[in-house]
Design a protein. Structure first.
Ligand code: ATR
Length: 275
């Protein structure tokens, strides 16, 4: 019997860890899954998706720069995907309709709460950035019951748009937008969702936002400590995490959606760190 076919689509795609993660999931669960990486032409994401499903593909993960297109292409969206405005998981339902989901937010919250033991209930969160990455995680963060979420962005108007978009879910949460001149006092949790570190840059934050108990999470990951996490350590943070766990947890959630079984993630994270 042939294995069921899955893939991640992006451009570029050669750096993607998803094939490695999903092959470890398949080995662990005994599911008959083959998972490849597909580089779609920048001007033909839709054709690539069509082709993949036409030749019997079962599900796709979608990464930069196609997550918004995946959202538009879908014939149905889960509530998470709907609000995120972007999709990282595609599949066909029983009627053959193309369904879009977004597991990034769940992946982040699972990594924080389960893997790192960070209870978000009643906490004050500072979220840096207002692009697709932050929009994708705001809903699940809000649902985890923080006391306050401050969205800080270089372009304040984009943070304001996000806050208005999620205002209806913010009952009981003090929810506000601002620039990087946020209140200069320690937050409980700071999540970096900007792409500043791709340019080796840092959001210009007051060092006073970091206290000894502040949990710092960079949605980026790298082999060495990320630029943002290094800055936080230099300001006295003790707990800093990168986004590798989020990457593995969002993948586990996609695997669960497709296969009905959720893989164990901790062993997979260990393997990736050792690769
Ligand atoms: P993504 O999908 O990764 O979120 P994006 O939608 O292009 O990508 O958003 C990038 C985010 O990183 C934005 O919040 C951007 O700030 P602006 O909205 O002001 O552009 C932020 N960002 C990018 N480079 C930055 C830098 N050098 N310093 C601070 N913020 C930066």
């Amino acid at each position: 019997m042939n294995n069921d076919l899955y893939a991640v689509v992006g451009n570029p795609i050669s750096h993607s860890k998803s094939p490695r993660i999903h092959s470890l999931f398949a080995r662990q669960t005994g599911e008959l899954v083959e998972y490849t990486a597909i580089q779609a032409p920048l001007d033909d994401f839709a054709g690539t998706v069509r082709n993949f499903f036409a030749r019997g593909g079962q599900g796709l993960n979608v990464t930069v720069p196609f997550k918004e297109q995946a959202w538009s292409l879908a014939e149905r969206r889960t509530p998470e995907a709907e609000k995120a405005g972007a999709a990282n998981t595609l599949y066909r339902d029983g009627e053959g309709l193309l369904i879009a989901d977004n597991t990034d937010g769940k992946g982040l919250v699972t990594d924080l709460t389960r893997n790192h033991n960070v209870n978000l209930l009643g906490k004050r969160l500072l979220l840096l950035g207002a692009g697709g990455a932050v929009r994708g995680v705001l809903g699940p963060l809000m649902a985890s019951g923080p006391a306050a979420i401050t969205v800080a962005n270089r372009t304040v108007s984009k943070a304001q748009v996000l806050v208005e978009l999620f205002r209806d879910e913010a009952a009981g949460v003090a929810f506000e937008a601002c620039g990087f001149a946020v209140p200069a006092e320690p937050f409980d949790v700071i999540i970096n969702g900007t792409s500043a570190s791709l340019q080796g840059d840092l959001p210009p934050l007051s060092p006073n936002v970091i206290g000894a108990d502040t949990v710092v999470y960079d949605m980026m990951y790298s082999l060495t400590t990320t630029t943002f996490n290094q800055w936080a350590l230099d300001q006295g943070a003790h707990r800093v995490y990168d986004g590798l766990g989020m990457l593995v947890e969002q993948a586990a959630e996609a695997f669960r959606i497709w296969r009905g079984i959720r893989p164990q993630t901790s062993a997979v994270m260990d393997e990736l760190r050792n690769d």
